[in-house]
Design a protein around this ligand. Structure first.
Ligand code: HEC
Ligand code: HEC
Length: 324
């Protein structure tokens, strides 16, 4: 009996030691992405390209600004552009808050530090970022596109914001997050002549899958369900579920012509988002379609071409279950 007790005690001790060593390793070894030296010159071409990409494609300031969901599609509050503080609900996994990315907060960061945060997911102080901040996508964009965006972000008006809450990640995600950052692996942007490949690059840069591909409760995409929708959002104040945008004719957008697809976006260009009444707010959307509306027809057309090549998935979504 006594020997059995001793063995159990030793085993328990061993478990504690191994777990402790594992934790220590996790904290000392991760995240492991060094800062590279960079100097990004804000040339007029870079600033123009960066503004286009930010405003209509990659959406830095769409997430890093408080949104106004009393209006259709929750346009950002322009007077708070880039000042952060917008919440992102991860369900049982926790909640994130976007950070201040105006020069008031990142003005002291080197270009290398900024690049590492945005393309590899490690903040200036070494904190690993959760990949809802889409660094896995930005890390595979062509380098001059990312440099352009960062040059533009640096040109935002400085706004102080000391009211941003700390993120909450539940166990074990608060530990796993340390292993998520990974060095950027920039790719070449395909030529627009290669329409489907170029469309894939734009779709990825515009983060369409982040809302339209269903995920499990750890944020991992469900296999075989790419772009089939059903992801639930509550940021508008009501539930809204993303649409199925695979080419399934019945439950996706298989029956949409290219013209209908482009018009769906372009219809919101140059029209100020309208104030919504109570009934309309129940059908509001988190999709920043008024921002995407400024994409060129060529870019939207390429996205459409890429989406046509996806596997059709049958999934009927009730987009606004709280509608009355
Ligand atoms: C889908 C929403 C979203 C988009 C789009 C987005 N971010 Fe973020 N970003 C976040 C969130 C949320 C955090 C905080 C993550 C965390 O706490 O783990 C963050 C963190 C950051 C940080 C770290 C700041 C700090 O103080 O640690 C930087 C820098 C940053 N983002 C810059 C950018 C830039 C530049 C872009 C565009 C290229 C961008 N973000 C696009 C949501 C987003
Ligand atoms: C922040 C989350 C989010 C992002 C990012 C997003 N969407 Fe959506 N999308 C939604 C939601 C939610 C809906 C359903 C409500 C609505 O119609 O807006 C939707 C609806 C749509 C619809 C309408 C489909 C229908 O059946 O009516 C299309 C088309 C669409 N999205 C395409 C895209 C494309 C293309 C992108 C990338 C350029 C994209 N979405 C990015 C959340 C998102």
């Amino acid at each position: 009996m006594r020997t059995v007790g001793k063995i159990i005690l030793v085993l328990l001790l061993l478990i504690v030691v191994v777990a402790g060593a594992g934790l220590a390793y996790l904290f000392f070894a991760f995240p492991n992405v060094p800062v590279a030296e960079y100097k990004i010159e804000p040339t007029p071409e870079r600033l123009a390209r960066g503004k286009y990409l930010n405003d209509h494609v990659v959406g830095c300031t769409t997430c890093h600004t408080q949104r106004d969901f009393t209006k259709y599609s929750g346009p950002v509050k322009p007077e708070l552009l880039g000042a952060g503080g917008e919440p992102f609900n991860l369900g049982p996994a926790g909640v994130l808050y976007s950070k201040n990315i105006t020069p008031a907060a990142i003005g002291s960061w080197s270009d290398g530090e900024l690049l590492r945060a945005v393309t590899a997911g490690v903040s200036k102080d070494g904190t690993p970022l959760f990949p809802l901040m889409p660094y896995p996508h930005y890390g595979v964009m062509q380098e001059d596109d990312i440099h352009a965006v960062l040059a533009y972000i640096r040109s935002l008006r400085a706004i102080e914001n000391n009211n941003i809450k700390e993120r909450e990640l539940s166990f074990p995600l608060n530990l796993i997050v340390r292993t998520m950052p990974a060095p950027a692996a920039p790719q070449v942007r395909p030529s627009p002549d290669d329409k489907v490949a170029y469309g894939r690059y734009m779709t990825r840069s515009a983060l369409c899958a982040d809302c339209h591909t269903p995920i499990d409760d750890r944020g991992t995409p469900l296999p075989g369900r790419d772009f089939s929708g059903g992801n639930e959002f509550i940021e508008t104040g009501y539930r809204v579920l993303s649409a199925n945008i695979t080419p399934d004719a019945d439950t996706g957008i298989g029956s949409w012509t290219e013209q209908q697809f482009i018009d769906k976006f372009k219809g919101f260009e140059n029209t100020p988002p309208k104030d919504l009444g109570e009934a309309e707010r129940r059908q509001n959307t988190v999709m920043p379609i008024t921002a995407y509306a400024g994409m060129t027809r060529e870019d939207l057309s390429a996205i459409y071409a890429y989406l046509r090549t996806l596997k059709p998935v049958v999934n009927r979504v009730n987009k606004c279950p709280d509608a009355k």
